[in-house]
Design a protein around this ligand. Structure first.
Ligand code: PMP
Length: 406
């Protein structure tokens, strides 16, 4: 086991940045006050929350900080956005989303179906891309909400949210458009007054951009059809009840300022990694390569190897990445995202997600490039589908994929 940790799983979570932690500490100690208290000592806490709101509004390109609501992260945000939009439009009983959303959207929509709503799950093509014509066709007279993620957490594929939202509004301006921007905030420029001006609701999560876990924000455009989801006290102007998580909110504000001033993710690291492994390892492809992708995300399918085994072997070298085939609920099904992209079963099972942060280094990428070819060769040597002598798949065995032999 290697002592050095090479953390390349930043789409799962990111470490809290030093400046974020420093900004938070006073609000866990001497400035511990409840921002709703009326005595002057508590004013600093309330002011700090408002300063963070201003920073998050700037990060998202929102017109006013009053459009930002702090919450407990993107799972809460997505629940609140979708249920809140549906409840604000009670006569409308149809929801549109995509087959590749995070479970924090998919499970909400499935629950809505159990409650009597109808739902459309838009398909994606082999590259993970949506067809805008499918979206337009899916809109019905009683569509309440469209929820489409900005970038996919597994493949990094970016959907043209600005265009899609504009198309939806052209067909029916009363449909509420929500986007889960958890993977794009801090990685791409967001502009809710420009490119994203037709988006009504947008959700983000702090821990994907070097703020702590358990804090997030939702943008609600002024005048949107949306009703609060979490009820109770008057915090967040009655739109999200519960005493504010002041220190974490301050952390999210500091993180927003950090990612706005730090040089953006460049594609150079990702492209170098992809080229090096393509040059050295046969029978691999990049999931989503044919579509616009986040600069920080690579999802590689190594045919005829098992993703979990690659993961463990890389971890022996201190490398932390994630597998695209995470066995869900005890089944051996590959990820729903790769399945929706019709990635062949044997490749989806050998898929690996590598995701950098703005703190990732060339050395860390070099470490992956150094060990990955050996790891894959070793695992293929014990695969019943691989011929070590020719370093290619065996041609004398039939491979059973999705009900038929290939
Ligand atoms: N949406 C997307 C696209 C995500 O990547 C995640 C985190 N994996 C979430 C929602 C949920 O965020 P959280 O766990 O912070 O609630």
């Amino acid at each position: 086991m290697n002592d050095r940790i090479i953390y390349l799983d930043n789409n799962a979570t990111t470490p809290v940045a030093d400046e974020v932690l420093q900004a938070m500490i006073p609000f866990l100690k001497e400035q511990f006050f409840n921002p709703s208290s009326t005595y002057p000592q508590a004013r600093k806490a309330a002011e700090a929350v408002e300063a963070a709101r201003e920073s998050v509004a700037r990060l998202l390109g929102a017109g006013s900080k009053s459009e930002i609501i702090f919450n407990g992260g993107a799972t809460e945000g997505n629940n609140s956005a979708i249920w809140g939009a549906a409840r604000a439009n009670p006569a409308r009983r149809h929801v549109i989303t995509t087959a590749v959303e995070h479970p924090a959207v998919l499970e909400v929509v499935r629950e809505m179906e159990r409650e009597g709503f109808r739902a459309t799950y838009l398909p994606v093509n082999r590259h993970g891309m949506l067809d805008a014509a499918d979206l337009i066709r899916a809109i019905q007279d009683d569509t309440a909400v469209v929820s489409i993620m900005h970038a996919n957490n597994e493949t990094g594929v970016i959907f043209p949210i600005g265009e899609l939202a504009a198309l939806v509004k052209k067909v029916d301006p009363d449909v509420v458009f929500h986007t889960d921007a958890t993977q794009t905030a801090g990685k791409m420029r967001l502009d809710l007054q420009g490119e994203l001006k037709n988006v009504d609701l947008l959700t983000i999560s702090g821990h994907k951009l070097h703020a702590p876990k358990g804090v997030g924000a939702m943008f609600v455009r002024r005048g949107s059809r949306w009703r609060p989801w979490q009820l109770g006290g008057h915090q967040e102007r009655g739109r999200r009840a519960g005493t504010e998580n002041v220190a974490s909110i301050v952390g999210l504000g500091a993180a927003a300022r950090l990612v706005m001033t730090h040089p953006n993710h460049s594609t150079a690291m990702r492209d170098r990694l992809e080229k090096a492994i393509k040059d050295q390892i046969p029978n691999l492809f990049i999931n989503g390569e044919g579509a616009p992708r986040l600069a920080n995300t690579t999802n590689v399918a190594f045919e005829f190897v098992e993703g979990e085994s690659i993961l463990l072997a890389l971890n022996d070298h201190g490398i932390c990445v994630s597998s695209g085939s995470a066995c869900t609920s005890g089944s051996l099904d590959p990820s729903h995202v790769l399945k929706a992209m019709a990635v062949p079963f044997t490749a989806a099972h050998g898929s690996l997600r590598i995701s950098t942060s703005m703190f990732s280094t060339d050395d860390e990428i070099d470490a992956v490039i150094d060990v990955l070819p050996t790891v894959i060769a070793r695992l293929r040597a014990i695969s019943p589908y691989w011929d070590v002598r020719t370093n290619s798949p065996r041609t004398d065995v039939d491979i059973f994929i999705q009900g038929k032999y290939r």
